[in-house]
Structure formats: C-alpha cells, structure tokens
Design a protein around this ligand. Sequence first.
Ligand code: ZN
Length: 481
Amino acid sequence: MKKLHLITLVALLISIFSFAQEQKSIYATMSLSDALELKKDLPEEVEILEKRRNEAAVYFTEHAGHFLHDKVLVHGPGYIFKSSREEAIAALYKEIREIPANRMPFTITEDVLVNQALDLINTQNIEDHILELEAYGTRYHDYAIAIQVSNDLKDKWEAMAALYGRTDVSVRLFNHVNTNMPSVIMTIEGADTPDEFVVVGGHLDSTSWDNNDAPGADDDASGIATMTESIRALFELGFVPNKTIEVMAYAAEEIGLVGSAEIAQDYANNNVNVISAVQFDMTLYNGSAIDVSFITDYTNATLNNYLMSLMDHYNATGDHQVTYGTSLCNYGCSDHASWTGEGYMSAFPFEANFGQHNGDIHSPSDTYSLVGSASHSAKFAKLCTEYLIETAKSNILSVNDNEASTISITTQNGQLNYNLEASTSEFESLSIFDIQGKKVSETSITTKRGSVSTQSLSTGVYVATFTIDNKTSVSKKFIIK
Ligand SMILES: [Zn+2]
C-alpha cells in the first residue's frame, strides 16, 4: 500500500515536472501564417501578441516550437527568438535600413589567385573537421560542452593562423545575452580598407528532439568545416585581403538564430560596414540534380546574382565545375536572416533545393557516415573561396583598373614579356613581387616592349608592378608553373 503510494507520488511529481518543463515559453517573431496555424493547432500553448503585415509576435511553449518545426517546412527553427514581449512586438515595427543601390561594385578580377586557391581545397580536411565536431556528441547551446566546443574552435583557428604565420589574424569569442554559448569570430584584418567587412558564417550548435544525441554533422558541422578549409586555402596561398574578412561560427542558431541576431544587431548598432554576409548551413548532402541552391527569400538579390556570376565564371566547366539553382527556405530558416534583418546584404547557398535536403537533420542520424564523402561540401568551400577573394580583393595584387587594360604581359620560356604600347604613360621601372609582397627583382624600363628573365623564380603567383613617374603604379599578376 505504502509502496503504491510512493509510486503514485513519484508519478505525480514526474507529471508535474514535465508539465512545468512543457510550459516553458519563449517570445519570438514568426510568419503570420505559421502563427495562425500554430494557434489553431495548439490554442492553449500559443499567444499571438501582435500582427503586422505578414509577421507576428508570438509567445509560445517550447513544445509548440518543436511542433512548428515539424509542421512547416523550415530548416532552422522557423522563428526568431526575442528576449521579451516588448522586443518581440518592437521587431514587427523595426525599420530596416535600405541597402544603397550600388553599395559596392561587385567585380570579378582575381582570376589568377582564385584559380590557384580552388586547386588547394582539400576534401579530406573537410571530412576531418566534420568528424571532429560530430565527436562531441551534442552541441546543444545550453550544455556545458557547447562552451567547450566554442573554446576548442577558437584554439583550432588560432593554431591554423599560426601555422601559416599570419600575424594579421585574430580569433575571439563573442559572448551573448540570451545563451551561455559564445560565438567564435576569426578576423583577417584588411590591409587597405579594414573598416569594410566581408563575412561568412555557419552555426556551431546542434539539436535533436531530446538533445541526447545530436551529432549535427550536416547541420551544421559541415558549414563550419567548409569555411575552415576555405580559409586554410587562402592562408596557404598567402592571400592578404584589402577588406577585413570575418569568419563566424554562431552560437544557438537552433533556438531562434540567437547568436547571429545578437552579432548582427551589435554590428548595426556600431555602424560596422559589412559589405555582405554569406551563410554556410548544411553543405554535405547532395539531394538535388543541381549542387548549390541559392535561397532567394530573406536574402539579397544583388548578392545572389553576384555569387551566381562567380559560379558562371569559375565553375562552369572543368575540374571545379559546380551547378546551381534557386529555392525558398521560409521564415527563420538560418542565420542569413539575422543580417537581412539589420539591413545588410546576405545570401544562403544551400546543399540542395529546399525540401530535397538531408532528411535526417535534428536526429541522431545526422552523421558523416550517412553521406560518407565531403565532396559536396568541397564545392561550397570553392564558392566560399571565390566569394572571399573577389569581394575582399587581394592587397598586394591590387590593380589600377584604368591603366591595367593598356598593359599586357605574357610569360614564356623563362621570360616575362611586357607590351606597354597601348598606354600613354611613361613607365620607369618594372618590379616583381612574390605573393608575400617581397620584391624579388627590379628592372628599369627604357622601351615600351621588352622582357625580363623569370628563370630564378620558383613556381607560384607573382605580381609585375610597373611604376609611372616614381609614384603611381600598375600591377598585373602572373604565374610561374
Ligand atoms: Zn542549421
């Protein structure tokens, strides 16, 4: 009898406890249609605080959040977390800054460097990074291990920069208000215009239904691995950007884009000039006839078109061929929305047409072995590399565009031949620099056509710099094979 009572009591306590757990509620914004449907399905668990246009501020239980995720076709949470009722409602009325037309001319000028970088992308490295993150088990944002994951990634990125002798690289933790898990940000300081930022990001946390086993290999260890290998290739190349590059591993994406939202808001509050931000969230699984699917909602059309033109230019044929298409991903789908929400240009190249992506995410089955190859991710690492080099531009390889078209150079049989006849300028000297910016030769120019020996140069990328009147200069890249 007594025993039975005890069991009854325990059962009662458990049910009270789980009821309390279930009733833990959060504020967020979501699409109005999702909010209305959710309210209809779970009237007791959902309160619509305010509606505006096609968005709603909502207060709902965590259980309803899971329900939403299950019901609507979104990859991320499907809502954007807000820390209070006031913040949720205010978000509906936020005036998003307009992106000025022609904010920056997106050009394609770095062929030599990009093509070299693409050859350096190593699929094995991407696999290694994914397995390393998967091995943590579950990277859920409020587990102690999540803080460890962030610290470890910081150490890893610092070690990578040190390996390549990069003193222009720093890595920091970005601490948040609404999660204990910090985001990790690597900064490669721009040599020419450090106040202009080019951003790539992915999320470091993972989730599954009960968060006991969330390996998150595709979602989103793959994105972190993709960016890490892209940056390594830039380091191996000795790439020094004109603009500042930042690589971001966001915390707590899975609970409503928390990490990226706080970072984007902080940057906007401080008027940080972010040229554009590209999101890499799920790159592992090849589920469509095309390789890369550009998400066209909550992203910027100019930036999407630019990324597509990069792929037309660099990935149309040959060893680095990658195909692309477009699809929609819906509200609160991933961290790109945080940048869009602060009036920055963002894009989200995704692993497949939406709906044909990895169906095992947010489950114990989201493992590397499910796919077994990082070759799909390598395609995204190439796109990442193209975007970073062409947007941030190379410092020591920068070209004076007006003059550059009037100068032609060719390499043949250990000679660099130059032809300056189309130019009206009087040139004084020709210097050759290696990729680290070290001058390896200097020759004075007496005629408009001539050549210098390149016999002593080892294979690699070089810059031929023609000096005019001892001050201005025009540079051209060339390769010694
Ligand atoms: Zn994700």
